[in-house]
Design a protein around this ligand. Structure first.
Ligand code: LLP
Length: 421
């Protein structure tokens, strides 16, 4: 459920009509709903009630300071995957003890920054990384809390580019080698083992792969405890999917996910961490664009809009579906017309949808891409020297620009000319 609904014939974000935001900030723009963000965070928090837990928002999904501050204010921790994300989380006021550091390629500088600034745990993904973290911690005279990310060799049944839990993927250590690798970790004086980490992929629409992975983690917990390790924390990753297409079958709810976690892992008495990104922010954000031209092609009509693949790359990159709706509510019973919806970038891949039925639209009309809050703004680029589009946050009847559109001069002035030119 989200808070983007038609009211008085106009699509609103909470209590704000989207045409008002468009008039104030120009198109295209991203728009997020505080009420939806809040609701989704609470669903996870409540799903784990009764178990010691921390919901660490995977901020790679959307990392604007205002979004982080909103979630941090509700008690969220953060899952970060770079020094930049760590700095962003700290800048938003998230204390170090609520930040977990994931990622396959952490550098010494990133480790140092997190150890000095405060960190809940590093989710270590390889033995070489473990050795380097040990060295960095010893050089600072501290001990680094770690979990080790295990790869459970489970098929997440999602898009190949976002599946991470099969043995051929680059993530984690093979679960079959875990006891050996934990023994290695326990021998390093700069590290303290606190738990196990697993993350099998993103946009999972079925609980079964999670269940299989968590069952393997439960077995491993017992084995590692028998080996003498203090396994008190289980980081279960993110990945619960969202409904991208209205009317299509819905993925499991956070409550069902929480119940499954309790079933599989509740008896272990561990503190549970989860790292949801998409489910918290995906349906809490939309992208609003304007139709520039309606062009009649050979047997098809193109809606050429002012946003492009550089603003929302998911359709081009993952063949992802986003529902696209007119901002002005169509009259009841109006005949739909199939359009190819494309952006202005000079690539055929800059196509958002093919033969998508919509009410007849004209140049100047506004459309909204639903479910664009996760992996939208953060994956945008300035390809074709198209400025990064603004982000707007709505809160009840208020809205604020939380990232402004840069001017052409700001973009151009980031380049520097060498003295020989
Ligand atoms: N934890 C780790 C270690 C991850 O790698 C990810 C996502 C998450 C948590 C959060 O997963 P979520 O709850 O958002 O599914 N750009 C792609 C998705 C990439 C996901 C990468 N890792 C997309 O637009 O579909």
């Amino acid at each position: 459920m989200d808070h983007f609904l038609y009211r008085d014939g106009m699509l609103h974000a909470e209590d704000v009509p989207l045409n008002e935001i468009a008039a104030a900030v120009g198109t295209p723009f991203y728009c997020y709903s505080t009420a939806t963000l809040t609701r989704h965070f609470r669903l996870f928090d409540e799903a784990l009630a009764g178990m010691d837990h921390l919901v660490c928002y995977a901020m790679k999904a959307a990392s604007n300071q205002a979004i982080l501050k909103t979630l941090a204010g509700l008690g969220a921790g953060m899952d970060v995957v770079s020094g930049g994300e760590y700095a962003r989380a700290r800048a938003a006021g998230v204390p170090g003890e609520r930040i977990v550091f994931s990622g396959v390629g952490k550098t010494r500088e990133e480790m140092r920054a997190a150890l000095q600034g405060g960190i809940r745990q590093f989710n270590v993904e390889s033995e070489p990384e473990m050795d380097v973290l040990n060295e960095v911690a010893l050089s600072l005279g501290v001990v680094a809390p770690i979990t080790i990310r295990v790869n459970p060799d489970v098929d997440a049944k999602t898009h190949a580019k976002i599946a991470t839990g099969k043995s051929e993927n680059k993530f984690g250590i093979p679960i079959g080698r875990a006891r050996q690798v934990y023994a290695h970790a326990a021998a390093l004086p700069g590290l303290q083992v606190v738990g196990i980490d697993v993350h099998i992929g993103s946009q999972l629409t079925d609980l079964q792969p999670f269940r299989l992975a968590y069952r393997k983690v439960a077995e491993l917990t017992q084995a590692l405890r028998a080996d003498g390790h203090d396994i008190r924390r289980l980081d279960l990753g993110g990945g619960l999917g969202i409904p991208y297409q209205q009317g299509n079958s819905a993925p499991p709810l956070p409550m069902e996910y929480g119940a499954m976690i309790r079933e599989e892992l509740g008896h272990l008495g561990c503190e549970i961490e989860i790292e949801p990104g998409r489910l918290i922010v995906g349906n809490a954000g939309i992208m609003v664009s304007q139709v520039i031209y309606v062009k009649s092609g050979e047997g098809r009509d193109f809606l050429i809009i002012d946003s492009a693949m550089n603003d929302l790359i998911r359709p081009a990159m993952y063949d992802a579906h986003h529902d696209i709706v007119p901002v002005v509510q169509p009259a009841v019973g109006v005949a739909q017309h199939p359009y190819d919806i494309v952006g202005p970038v000079c690539e055929t891949g800059d196509t958002f949808a093919r033969q998508r039925p919509l009410p007849p639209l004209q140049a100047g009309d506004l459309v909204a891409f639903r479910s664009a809050g996760a992996y939208g703004a953060v994956m945008a680029s300035e390809y074709n020297t198209r400025p990064l589009i603004p982000e707007v946050l709505v809160h009840g009847d208020q809205f604020a620009v939380i990232r402004a559109r840069p001017s052409f001069d700001e973009i151009i002035n980031r380049d520097t000319i060498p003295q020989w030119l």
